[in-house]
Design a protein around this ligand. Structure first.
Ligand SMILES: Nc1nc2c(c(=O)[nH]1)N[C@H]1C(S)=C(S)[C@@H](COP(=O)(O)O)O[C@H]1N2
Ligand SMILES: [Mo]
Length: 420
């Protein structure tokens, strides 16, 4: 397996030049509306993200999610549900579907597999376009792989609670990630059957969920272009999650799985795929999912591709631990860049670090479970830290570089507990 499957940074730079020159076609949205959104994104427009974990509004149901959301398993955030990391303790490598986080721009649609069709069309095909049914997909060679889906905004609330910075968007802590075993057809096989031409540059999958309206502008259906090189590399059209048909909230009957990339790439309830001979622009690769702010290029970064490096304890924030008794601290670390090679733990706020025991073989695109024993000696508040290093030698930093929309928080997270 090649380590870096395509030149993501070259793609990013080319994309950014095209966008700023204005030589880009926008898909399904007026170019002036899109420019307004981009201007708004580059100024911090906080959406009431004042508090982090403690500020989450308790609710019995999140609008539009089908599966049960018991408070032990989830924290509800608007139309989304965050996995409580403590509920992963004792579970396997794969996140059970009953506790896998849900990120919905609107509401979960109910789609019967028998009624579902996937249209593949556009200027990047040699022919007029093709439809696929579920049976057609299942007739193609099936691929099974373990991959995380992680929201680009996972960890966003720590920009505010840990760094005192304003950001806009859903106030996730670290639970906007799940790892599952996905089974499906290769997107590459589907595109080849549809007659992809050598001139194709972008592949735009679009969801069947409702159109998204934001700030009075109809953004259309959720859609984000993928470069052809990624689409033909390791992307799946998945119809199974952990050995079962996809649940409604996770894209039934078929979703994309785009390994290592920001969660928005993995379009759920995919209904059609445009294959284009020219670059495509939608709100999801121009206004959203780019980095704006002082530490980033003027006018914004290139569209985000890979997720960063993170670690989380399988423990509630503010947990109470008994003094003088050994506890087994457990957690998980992951990266979109390279396998996690090492995890270190500090129980004294970062002065002394000791290695955690890795419980899984490190793999790119998944997480490793780890554990470390600790005997708390002093009563009172304490801060636990977990810090991962990946196979390229990159280690989680103390501070994440701020961006107005709070994406890709990759610093070490301070986990408060009380010893009693
Ligand atoms: N059609 C559609 N696809 C979508 C979304 C959506 O709202 N609609 N949300 C995206 C985002 S932002 C993320 S992080 C992942 C979340 O996947 P999950 O809900 O299965 O955890 O789905 C992505 N795919
Ligand atoms: Mo996301």
């Amino acid at each position: 397996m090649s380590f870096v499957p395509l030149s993501e940074s070259a793609y990013d730079r080319r994309r950014l030049r095209q966008w700023t020159r204005g030589s880009a076609r926008t898909s399904g949205i007026d170019r002036r509306d899109l420019m307004k959104l981009v201007a708004a994104a580059s100024a911090a427009v906080p959406l009431g993200l004042a508090a982090g974990p403690a500020g989450a509004v308790p609710a019995a149901v999140a609008a539009g999610i089908v599966k049960p959301l018991p408070p032990e398993l989830f924290t509800i955030r608007g139309t989304n549900a965050e996995t409580n990391f403590a509920s992963l303790r004792g579970t396997g490598l794969h996140t059970p579907a009953d506790r896998f986080f849900v990120r919905n721009h609107t509401v979960t649609p109910r789609i019967e597999a028998a009624d579902w069709r996937l249209g593949v069309w556009g200027s990047g095909l040699t022919g007029p376009g093709v439809h696929f049914t579920c049976d057609d997909l299942r007739a193609l060679p099936a691929v099974t792989r373990t991959a995380f889906v992680e929201c680009a905004g996972n960890g966003r609330s720590f920009y505010t609670t840990q760094q005192g910075q304003q950001v806009s968007g859903t106030a996730w802590t670290l639970g906007a990630i799940g790892v599952a075993r996905w089974r499906g057809a290769r997107l590459g096989d589907v595109l080849r059957r549809a007659g992809i031409s050598p001139g194709a540059v972008d592949v735009l999958p679009r969801g069947l969920d409702d159109e998204v309206v934001s700030g009075g502008i109809n953004l259309g259906r959720v859609r984000r272009p993928l470069p052809v090189a990624k689409a033909l590399d390791d992307v799946l059209l998945a119809y199974e999650m952990n050995g079962e048909p996809l649940p409604p909230d996770h894209g039934h009957p078929v979703r994309l799985i785009v390994p290592n990339w920001v969660g928005i790439s993995s379009i759920k309830w995919v209904g059609d795929i445009e294959v284009s001979a020219e670059p495509l622009y939608t709100p999801w690769n121009t206004d959203m999912y780019r980095l704006f702010g002082a530490g980033h290029p003027a006018g914004g970064s290139a569209p985000l591709t890979r997720q960063g490096l993170k670690s989380a304890f399988e423990l509630a924030a503010g947990a109470i631990l008994p003094v003088h008794r050994e506890v087994e601290l457990t957690g998980r670390s992951w990266s979109g860049g390279a396998p996690v090679r090492k995890v270190e733990i500090s129980t004294d706020g970062g002065r002394y670090w000791c290695p955690a025991r890795l419980r899984d073989t490190p793999r790119r695109g998944s997480w490793v479970r780890w554990s470390a024993g600790w005997v708390p000696r002093r009563r009172g508040p304490a801060v636990l830290l977990a810090r991962a290093t990946d196979a390229t030698g990159r280690t989680q930093s103390e501070v994440a570089v701020h961006n107005t929309q709070g994406y890709l928080f990759d610093a070490v997270v301070r986990h408060p507990v009380t010893v009693d």
